[in-house]
Design a protein around this ligand. Structure first.
Ligand code: ADP
Length: 482
C-alpha cells in the first residue's frame, strides 16, 4: 500500500480495511506545488459500503460501557500525542500552516479525544417528579445511531476529532469525508485510531474528489441519523436541504464574518496582539478570523500604526521553514479571491497600509496586509476573506459599532477590546454571535461550546453540548407503581 512518511496510509478506511482504487487523486503541497501522495477517489457506492460498516458496527460499539470506550479513546489520545511531530509535519506539508501552528493543532485535536472519552461517562439522564401517584418518569440518553461527518481543510485534524471523538464517546459509529485538499491528515488519524483498538467499522474514512455525490449518499441514507458538517454556508445550506427527506439531526458549523471591535478605552497592546493572533493565524484561513476590524475614532490612528508595525514583522514562507509565521493559501482559487476582494476595496477608496499583493515566495503566497479606510460598501466586509488581510473600519459611537458588527447574516465569533467592564459586558450581550472574546482573541478549547448563530450554523461542538449532539433523549414512564 502507498504510505506517506513511511508510517501513514494513503488509502481509504472502510470496515477496518485500507481500501485502494484504480481511480485516485493527487494531494499537493501548497507551499511548493509538489506532489505529496495520491489517494483513492471513491464514489457513491463506496460511501454506502462505509455506511453499511458503520451500521453493522453500531450494536457492539454502543453496547460497550462508556468506560470501555474511554479506554480506547485514551489510548488513541496517547498515540496521537506521541506522534505529534510526524502529524504536524504531514499537516504542514499538505495544508501549509507553519509547523508551530500544526503542532498546536495536533494538541488541540488530541484534547477532544481525551476530553470526550471522559465526558462520555457523564451522559446523564434525569428523574422527573411525578404528576400521577402510580407513575415514575425518567429519561436516558442513548447514542443517536450511525453518523456522518464532512470536514474542511483549514484544521484538517481538529475538525475531525471534534466530531468523531464525541460521536464515538457517545456510542455512535461514524463515516468521515475529509476535504479533498487534506485527506492524508484524516487517514493518519484514522490509522492511529485503529492502532488504539477501534473495532472495524466504528470509524470509516471515505476519500473522494466528488464531494457532492458522497455527501448526497450521507444525506439520503436513512440509517445515518446525524450529519455534522464544517465548511461554507453555501454547502451547509445544500446539506440542510438534502437532509429533509430523512429528518436527520444536523450540526452545521458554517462561515463567519467576525467583527473585532476596538474601543477608545481598550488596552492598545492587548488589542493589537488580539488582532494579530486572530487575523493572521493560519494565514487568515479560519472561520473565526477577524474579518472586519472596527476601530473607534479616538484610537484609530494609534491602533493602525501599531498593527502595521506588527504585521511588518511577520515572515512569509513555507511552513516547514524555521521562523515562518505566514504560510501559503490553500489553492489558486483562494488567492484569487483575496486578490479580488483587495482590488475591489482599493477601487472603492481603501488604502493599502502594508502588503496588498502576492508574495514572491510562490504562487500561493499572499503578503500579510492591512487595509485602512474600509467602508460598508466594499465586498471585503461582506465576504469571508480567508486570507492574511486586515480590513480596518472606523466608527464613532458604541451604537454605531454594534449596528455595524451585527449588519451581516452571519454570527459565528466576535471580539471586543475595552477596559471598561460595564461596556464590555453590555456590548458582549448585544453582539449577534455564538462566541464573544472580550480582551481575548484565541478562545477555542475542547471544554467550551463552539458554534454560531444566524446563518453561521446550528448546534455546538466541544463541551457537554458537543456530546449531546450525538445523543438522543428517551423518556421512560414506569406505570402501575403501588
Ligand atoms: P471551503 O470553501 O472551505 O473548501 P466547502 O464548504 O466547499 O468549504 O468545503 C467543506 C467540505 O465540504 C469539504 O470536505 C468539501 O469537499 C465538502 N463539500 C463541498 N461541496 C459539497 C457538497 N455539495 N456536498 C457535500 N460536501 C461538499
Amino acid at each position: 500500500m502507498n504510505m506517506v512518511f513511511k508510517k501513514f496510509p494513503a488509502a481509504a478506511l472502510i470496515n477496518g480495511e485500507w481500501i485502494t482504487s484504480s481511480k485516485t487523486f493527487l494531494v499537493n503541497d501548497p507551499a511548493t506545488g509538489g506532489e505529496v501522495a495520491t489517494v483513492p477517489d471513491l464514489g457513491a457506492m463506496d460511501a454506502t459500503r462505509a455506511i453499511d460498516a458503520a451500521a453493522c458496527a453500531l450494536p457492539a460499539w454502543s453496547a460497550n460501557t462508556a468506560k470501555e470506550r474511554a479506554v480506547i479513546l485514551r489510548r488513541w489520545f496517547n498515540l496521537v500525542t506521541a506522534e505529534t511531530e510526524s502529524l504536524a509535519r504531514l499537516m504542514t506539508t499538505e495544508q501549509g500552516k507553519p509547523l508551530a501552528e500544526a503542532r498546536a493543532e495536533v494538541a488541540y485535536s488530541a484534547a477532544f479525544i481525551e476530553w470526550f472519552g471522559e465526558e462520555g461517562k457523564r451522559a446523564y439522564g434525569r428523574t422527573i417528579p411525578t404528576t400521577v401517584a402510580s407513575r415514575r418518569y425518567l429519561t436516558i440518553k442513548q447514542p443517536i445511531g450511525p453518523c456522518a461527518a464532512i470536514t474542511p481543510w483549514n484544521f484538517p485534524i481538529a475538525m475531525i476529532t471534534r466530531k468523531v471523538a464525541p460521536a464515538l464517546a457517545a456510542g455512535c459509529t461514524i463515516v468521515v469525508k475529509p476535504a479533498e485538499e487534506t485527506p492524508l491528515c484524516a487517514l493518519a488519524i484514522g490509522k492511529l485510531g485503529l492502532d488504539a483498538g477501534l473495532p472495524a467499522g466504528v470509524l470509516n474514512i471515505v476519500t473522494t474528489k466528488d464531494a457532492p455525490s458522497v455527501g448526497k449518499v450521507f444525506c439520503d441514507d436513512q440509517r445515518v441519523r446525524k450529519l455534522s458538517f464544517t465548511g461554507s454556508t453555501q454547502v451547509g445550506k445544500i446539506l440542510y436541504r438534502q437532509c429533509v427527506g430523512t429528518v436527520k439531526k444536523l450540526t452545521l458549523e458554517l462561515g463567519g464574518n467576525a467583527p473585532l471591535l476596538v474601543f477608545d478605552d481598550a488596552d492598545l497592546d492587548q488589542a493589537v496582539a488580539g488582532a494579530m493572533a486572530c487575523k493572521y493565524r493560519n494565514a487568515g484561513q479560519t472561520c473565526v478570523s477577524a474579518n472586519r476590524i472596527l476601530v473607534q475614532s479616538g484610537i484609530y490612528d494609534r491602533f493602525t500604526r501599531a498593527l502595521v508595525a506588527a504585521v511588518k514583522k511577520l515572515k512569509v514562507g513555507p511552513g516547514l521553514e524555521a521562523g515562518v509565521t505566514i504560510g501559503p493559501l490553500i489553492t489558486s482559487d483562494a488567492i484569487a479571491k483575496v486578490e479580488k476582494l483587495v482590488d475591489d476595496a482599493v477601487k472603492k477608496g481603501a488604502m493599502v497600509l502594508t502588503g496588498g499583493r502576492r508574495d514572491d515566495a510562490g504562487p500561493l503566497f499572499y503578503q500579510p496586509s492591512v487595509l485602512g479606510g474600509v467602508t460598508s460598501d466594499m465586498e471585503i466586509v461582506r465576504e469571508e476573506i480567508f486570507g492574511p488581510v486586515a480590513a480596518l473600519l472606523r466608527f464613532d459611537t458604541e451604537a454605531d459599532a454594534i449596528r455595524l458588527a451585527n449588519g451581516t447574516p452571519l454570527g459565528l465569533a466576535a471580539y471586543l477590546f475595552s477596559q471598561n467592564l460595564s461596556r464590555a459586558w453590555g456590548v458582549a450581550e448585544k453582539l449577534d454571535a455564538g462566541m464573544v472574546g472580550v480582551n481575548e482573541a484565541i478562545f477555542s478549547s475542547e471544554v467550551v461550546p463552539f458554534g454560531g448563530v444566524k446563518e453561521s450554523g446550528i448546534g455546538r461542538e466541544g463541551a457537554a453540548e458537543g456530546l449531546d449532539e450525538y445523543l438522543q433523549i428517551k423518556y421512560i414512564c414506569l406505570g402501575a407503581i403501588e
